[in-house]
Write a protein that binds this ligand. Structure first.
Ligand code: PLP
Length: 408
């Protein structure tokens, strides 16, 4: 029944294939720039000190047990998540216009949102989701798996290695009314290019006029700039503008809780006299979807995040840990750029420090990427994206010299 024409061999996930090739490489100088997870200056995974503290508090609680969470997850976690993403004094929270469910990290939040929209979102013309070109590759499958069709909007300018703002705005202007627009809140993956606050205002204005629906993906709050409010600015601006919108929030990067799958999905209804009632109806349907998919979410990661988010002392320490991670990444951006400029490597390298977050779009061609892999044991994705977290004080010079050779 499951013959080749019914179940053909699927292509390998490109990122996981890259990781396997890196692991097989026995060269002592090998560099992993594919990895989408933070590494410290010794190229090791970093357990945030505040996470260790929270873990100890949880373990020492004599009342600890392993009961099921409610369908919507740990209430202390979802309410703290609302405050983190929308701001503690958000009118949307005060007006009870937000409903939130704990999810299987950011991917699960994207899935739950996509599934809900697939079932309940109606538009006058053909319903379509727009992703930035390029975007995090998993967006395509998460949305198409629930039968939402998609298009892309221009985002990255190859010429400036910055934002193609005019192309972006133009696509929004031409999108069918009611289209769903997936936006990266900060630290755009894979380009590292974010709109400025002025540009965000322009984007919101056109989206309002064209009645477009924002689906905001936030996977790097605090991890990008080290400042939770700065990285949350765009979301809060959209909410202030009175949009009805959804948010998929991940705690993988900013808490280093990758494998614990802590995340949250938020539905924010627009201000109106029946906003709270709408929220309640939406919440009831989301609960049914969640129940049918996972019954209830996993407990440990949410406990850790909740312990930190709800304790002022630990919260302050978390902010310091965020600065440690974002600061190291910003230092590596500076170091890489200055080494390339010192070497007189052909081209301009300001985009390395202009871009933000985990990734940088270097502008290296596929041929150059393959050359770096074959000759220097440097592993990155074919589109020339590097994970800044893979660079450290021991390998940044080696990498810069390798790039220099590849470009010449
Ligand atoms: N969205 C973007 C843009 C991402 O880069 C990621 C992770 O790399 C995610 C969502 C979700 O990740 P997770 O499911 O691990 O939270």
């Amino acid at each position: 029944a499951f013959s080749n024409d019914v179940v053909p061999q699927a292509p390998e996930d490109p990122l996981f294939g890259l990781m396997a090739a890196y692991r097989r490489d026995t060269d002592p100088n090998k560099v992993d720039l594919g990895i989408g997870a933070y590494r410290d200056d010794t190229a090791k995974p970093w357990v945030l000190p505040v996470v260790r503290k929270a873990d100890e508090i949880i373990r020492n609680d004599p009342n600890l047990n392993h009961e099921y969470l409610p369908i919507a997850g740990l209430a202390d976690f979802t309410s703290a998540s609302q405050k983190l993403v929308l701001g503690a004094d958000s009118p949307a929270i005060k007006e009870k216009r937000v409903t939130s469910l704990q999810t299987i990290s950011g991917t699960g939040a994207l899935h739950l949102g996509a599934l809900f929209l697939s079932k309940f979102y109606r538009t006058n013309s053909k319903r379509v989701v727009y992703f930035s070109d390029p975007t995090w590759a998993n967006h395509f499958q998460v949305f198409s798996n629930v039968n939402l069709s998609y298009l892309t909007y221009p985002y990255f300018s190859k010429k400036t290695r910055g934002l193609d703002f005019d192309g972006f705005i133009n696509a929004l202007q031409n999108a069918a009314e009611g289209s769903i627009i997936v936006l990266h809140a900060c630290a755009h993956n894979p380009t590292g290019v974010d709109p400025t606050q002025e540009q965000w205002k322009g984007i919101a204005k056109v989206m309002k006029e064209k009645k477009l629906f924002p689906f905001i993906d936030t996977a790097y709050q605090g991890f990008a700039s080290g400042d939770l409010d700065q990285d949350g600015w765009a979301i809060r601006y959209f909410v202030e503008q009175g949009f009805e919108l959804v948010i998929a929030q991940s705690y993988a990067k900013n808490f280093g809780l990758y494998g614990e799958r802590a995340g949250c999905f938020h539905f924010v209804t627009a201000p109106s006299s029946d906003a709270e009632a709408t929220k309640t109806r939406v919440a009831s349907q989301l609960a049914i979807l969640q129940r049918s998919e996972i019954s209830n979410p996993p407990i440990y990661g949410a406990r850790v995040a909740s312990t930190v988010l709800n304790n002022p002392e630990l919260f302050a320490e978390w902010k310091e840990n965020l600065c440690t991670m974002s600061g190291r990444i910003i230092d590596m951006r500076k170091a890489l750029r200055s080494k390339l400029e010192e070497l007189g490597t052909p081209g301009t390298w300001n985009h390395i420090t202009d871009q933000i977050g985990m990734f940088s779009f270097t502008g290296l061609s596929e041929k150059q990427v393959m050359y770096l892999r074959d000759e220097f044991h440097v592993y990155m994705t074919k589109n020339g994206r590097i994970s800044m977290a893979g660079l450290n004080t021991k390998n940044v010079e080696y990498f810069a010299k390798a790039v220099d050779k590849a470009v010449r």
